[in-house]
Design a protein around this ligand. Sequence first.
Ligand code: C5P
Length: 238
Amino acid sequence: MEKRQELYAGKAKSVFRTDDPDRMVLVFRDDTSAFDGKKVEQLDRKGMVNNKFNAFIMTKLAQAGIPTHFEKLLSDNESLVKRLDMMPIECVVRNVAAGSLTRRLGVQEGTELTPPTFELFLKNDALGDPMINESHVEAFGWAKPEHLAKAKELTYQVNDVLKALFAEGGMILVDYKLEFGLFNGEVVLGDEFSPDGCRLWDAETKEKMDKDRFRQGLGGVIEAYEDVGRRIGIDFDA
Ligand code: C5P
């Protein structure tokens, strides 16, 4: 496999073509951004930590029968993935109220959500990723109804697997965002799963161990990500 030209550079990852039209290389950079790119910093080791974190989680999900784009780690900060035709939407599940939900609905952070909520957002930086609903997805053709239904089912399945995994490590999976795409007509989990795209709290102290540490200027961002990783069995030195 040969890495070719850059296809796309996002806020924290870059994507490269390979000599195989169906495979891409994801490069996890040290860049960390929040508030639609208004706050950006370089955090030492972040690319490596998120790359290995994502590889571990994607492997766990695949073992649980959830199709993912992840193929293998290539280096400390690079992974080989399948090239998906991405749906321009974000699927968010919340087990506990935090973040935009508390602002939007005026509910107390920490309120348990039973059953968990499922929300959709349009991936559109210029519009600030607005919240949308299933009829918008269908009316604007962002995904076929059956593909959206599958993405929703898989998003809930991920919740069952990861809530249990993080609970074993003494943490609460508060919420998370997933992105899906199509590979040979099948709905497959793409993008990444790392503490950049979820909220994780220590189950006892409720200490934040995710990107809210960066958003809220709490410090110790990468130390917290590594702590999360170690608690679920990731060896970042491997
Ligand atoms: O900001 P909000 O509370 O809606 O975020 C819900 C979850 O989705 C959080 O875990 C957040 O980190 C994640 N998210 C993300 N990328 C976005 C928006 C939200 O990873 N563009």
